[in-house]
Design a protein around this ligand. Structure first.
Ligand code: SF4
Ligand code: SF4
Length: 435
């Protein structure tokens, strides 16, 4: 454990074995889990608040959770376990709120094929998760001869009718966040970073054409307050134009409202044995080794199964052509981490259609985590009682072995091993359920 949050910390440096206050590594671990989960909740709640929406219960929980972590407030492991699950519950509320404001403002997303090439002419690439920033930029660039490209986590924007109607929303450039340094260096135009998962550019690369907005901030980049993107647009017009370049297309926009429209078809295909299983392969991507697991897993998914996906992890396989089963796409992209609510609603809708629980569905969760929104989403899934999920590529370092063991025992949480082994175990679960 490591804690230096109060004055009595060992030698004024940090408690590492046990707290002077009596706190042990399990309490510390769950305090960290609560804290990190709360960061994720804050991201969703902050985005929703940008649209003028807030949820009193979520706000109150933020105060309660931070207060709970104050020195000498609670040493009760069970209380902390309940709190981290409540964090998941509150995260569901925050995500629901964000989904509501996004769809009220921009309409319900619908499936769309998005170009990954570039058009001839000036262009701006927008990264991060802030759809309002993108919307304002699209309005301010209308008729200015500047094309706008989404990057990575901004890809789901193309699904929204009110964003897609801008004809200069030209496509999606690049993949997951860890590729930014290379991809942004190769992009001629300026880059706008709106939220988390922005990287510090290497020296002498694109810092002079990097702009930030909202919570994002990079020393040396130009920060844009109040969504007046004039300096960014002027920069785009001053730089050499992008060249026309063809690219593959990727699909997105499978909001739950779109999937609900084909639920009957899906249920029928399952009942006739045309679809054997669903795999939700979702979560963040990352730079460390071991992430190839998710690519290999997606490649191994049998042809009579459907992959639901969301967030950056999909950039490892979303350009592959998975085809369709009787018109139902085998790859259903619900969006990014900000669209986890949609993926959850799809799972709940399937459970409703089959008149069973999510745990009884032929559905396996294969999750990858990187940062704190992923922690909040995992807590939401645990709050919903979902069992037997596979997580990776590594267990969170902030969870003590005992605390992780408690979650494993309670929720049958599993660490990924090899794609073939895990896939066999998941398909075995289908056979067992049938027997
Ligand atoms: S809160 Fe407890 S564990 Fe943390 S620094 Fe203070 S005495 Fe140490
Ligand atoms: S999905 Fe995760 S890794 Fe990707 S941009 Fe969002 S928070 Fe970052």
């Amino acid at each position: 454990m490591f804690c230096y949050q109060c004055e009595q910390t060992v030698e004024g440096k940090g408690c590492t074995k046990i707290g002077v206050c009596g706190k042990d590594e399990d309490i510390q671990s769950l305090q960290d889990t609560l804290h990190f989960g709360l960061m994720g909740v804050a991201a969703y709640a902050y985005h929703a608040r940008q649209f003028g929406a807030r949820d009193e219960a979520v706000d109150a929980f933020a105060h309660e959770a931070l207060f709970k972590n104050v020195t000498n407030a609670s040493f009760d492991l069970n209380q902390y376990l309940q709190m981290v699950l409540k964090c998941g519950e509150m995260n569901l509320k925050a995500m629901e709120l964000l989904n509501r404001v996004h769809t009220e403002k921009f309409g319900n997303p619908t499936p769309v094929e998005v170009s990954t090439g570039t058009r001839k002419g000036p262009g701006i690439v927008v990264t991060g998760h802030d759809l309002l920033d993108l919307y304002e930029l699209l309005k301010q660039t209308q008729g200015r001869g500047v094309n706008i490209y989404t990057h990575g986590e901004m890809l789901p924007a193309h699904g929204y009718p009110e964003l897609r109607k801008f004809t200069h929303l030209a496509g999606n450039y690049g993949g997951a966040w860890q590729e930014q340094k290379k991809e942004f260096n190769e992009f001629n135009g300026p880059v706008l970073a709106t939220t988390n998962c922005v990287l510090v550019p290497p020296p002498q690369t694109y810092l002079d054409r990097l702009f930030t907005a909202g919570v994002a901030g990079i020393p040396g980049a130009t920060h844009i307050p109040n969504r007046d993107f004039t300096p960014l647009i002027e920069k785009a017009l001053s730089l050499p134009p992008l060249i026309e370049k063809n690219g593959d297309t990727v699909s997105t926009g499978f909001h739950y409202s779109a999937v609900l429209g084909i639920t009957d078809k899906i249920v029928d295909a399952v009942k006739r044995g045309k679809i054997k299983r669903f795999f939700l392969i979702g979560g963040c991507d990352g730079a460390r080794p071991g992430r190839n697991y998710y690519t290999e897993f997606a490649e191994l998914v049998p042809k009579d199964c459907v992959i639901l996906t969301l967030a950056c992890g999909k950039y490892r396989f979303n350009k592959m052509k998975f085809g369709a089963i009787e018109g139902i796409p085998r790859l259903i992209d619900a969006g990014q981490c900000n669209d986890a609510y949609s993926a959850i609603q799809i799972a709940l809708a399937l459970a409703n259609a089959f008149k069973c629980t999510v745990n009884e569905l032929p559905l396996s969760f294969v999750l990858s985590w990187f940062e704190q929104k992923a922690v909040a989403i995992l807590l939401t899934l645990l709050h919903l009682g979902i069992r037997g999920m596979y997580i990776g590529p590594t267990p969170p370092a902030f969870l003590s072995p005992h605390a992780f063991g408690l979650l494993k025992d309670t929720f049958d949480l599993r660490l990924i091993s090899s794609p073939a082994n895990d896939l066999a175990a998941m398909r075995g679960a289908t056979q067992a359920a049938k027997a």
